[in-house]
Design a protein around this ligand. Structure first.
Ligand code: SF4
Length: 346
């Protein structure tokens, strides 16, 4: 799970709109937390970001319903993804909140009622909720909402080093079912989502990413202190520079930024999160496009278009050629590690 909320930044140390003004032009921005709507100046931040960014999506737990609705009224194009970890019982058990599902779901329903165009669920798939994956997708589909998936990762940002999928075939089976649902649809966006979920199966089996990771080259992550990093997936915080003290061009072209890029080129964490995969899917579009053509069109008349056993590693585990323990060793889970919280300014 993500423990970011247990290690919050101090509001008085967080970046202000002045620092946000220094950001370069961007084609996409995701605002995430913790919980972004805790910041009472979020509307000012979004207003400033819209001068830089073509598209903005905010990930939230959906608790601050009034603030979310007010923001969406002011910014009709902003995307809202509410993290829901399964159907009611599963979500509340995972999140430890008695009314968590209903709060998030009510916010989503209100947004749908107001015809807000870019609304959806975000679900982090794991052993405890994989059985709800397709049901939650169908619920979002009925409400005409987006459905974003992820799986467990470990990093300084998540303040976690022990996340791991225990029953890989069971979780992969749920992804397979979702992929087949997505491929059945008439939406090209969903066919490409199917490819993303195919990559999640590959990821939970500890395999090499299906696409190169180019974080720090054309994409970056900025934290509440203004520290600019390649991503939020590294084990320790890897800082390219600080936007509070530097201007963007100095930071981006610095020696320190080059050192971090060299580390990215040798990074072996094999993350498969939308932040690093979405730009890669656009950049290497022919790879997911060929996968979509094969699964959507060449298997047009087949009821089941995708099987997890297309992946050699799934067959190898099934056939006893590789053990669960060997796959565990390929993951980023480190049971002896003390997770870095990334809060120390460097
Ligand atoms: S694989 Fe990419 S996104 Fe993951 S930690 Fe490495 S550089 Fe970051």
């Amino acid at each position: 799970m993500c423990n970011r909320y247990k290690k919050p930044s101090k509001p008085e140390e967080e970046i202000t709109v002045e620092t946000i003004r220094k950001l370069p032009p961007m084609y996409f921005t995701n605002i995430t937390g913790g919980e972004p709507f805790i910041r009472e100046d979020l509307a000012d931040i979004v207003r400033e970001l819209y001068k830089k960014s073509d598209r903005i999506v905010i990930s939230t737990n959906g608790f601050f319903t009034d603030r979310i609705i007010a923001l969406c009224n002011e910014f009709p194009n902003v995307g809202i993804r509410i993290s829901i970890e399964g159907l009611e019982e599963t979500n509340n058990a995972i999140r430890g909140l008695d009314d968590g599902f209903n709060k998030g779901y009510e916010t989503l329903k209100k947004l749908v009622e107001t015809n807000h165009p870019d609304v959806g669920f975000g679900m982090t798939v794991q052993d405890a909720n994989a059985h709800d994956l397709v049901s939650l997708y169908k619920l979002s589909d009925e409400m005409n909402m987006e459905f974003a998936t992820a799986s467990l990762h470990n990093s300084f940002y998540f303040v976690e080093a022990k996340n791991i999928i225990k029953d890989r075939p069971m979780v992969a089976q749920s992804f397979e079912n979702l992929i087949n649902e997505l491929l059945k649809s008439n939406s090209p966006k969903k066919w490409f989502r199917a490819y993303f979920n195919h990559g999640l199966i590959n990821y939970i089996y500890g395999q090499k990413r299906l696409l190169p990771c180019d974080m720090a080259f054309d994409t970056f992550f900025i934290d509440p202190y203004g520290d600019v990093m390649p991503c939020n997936g590294t084990k320790e915080k890897e800082v390219m520079g600080n936007l509070v003290t530097d201007d963007w061009d100095t930071l981006w072209n610095s020696e320190q930024a080059e050192k971090v890029r060299a580390k990215v080129r040798n990074c072996d964490r094999q993350c498969w999160m939308i932040g690093s995969v979405s730009p890669a899917m656009k950049k290497y579009i022919w790879v997911p496009a060929a996968w979509v053509v094969k699964h959507k069109f060449l298997r047009y008349f087949k009821d089941k278009k995708y099987s997890m056993y297309e992946n050699k590693i799934c067959r190898d585990l099934r056939d006893g050629k590789v053990t669960k323990e060997e796959l565990d060793a390929l993951s980023t889970c480190d049971l002896n590690a003390v997770a870095s919280d990334g809060l120390k300014q460097i």
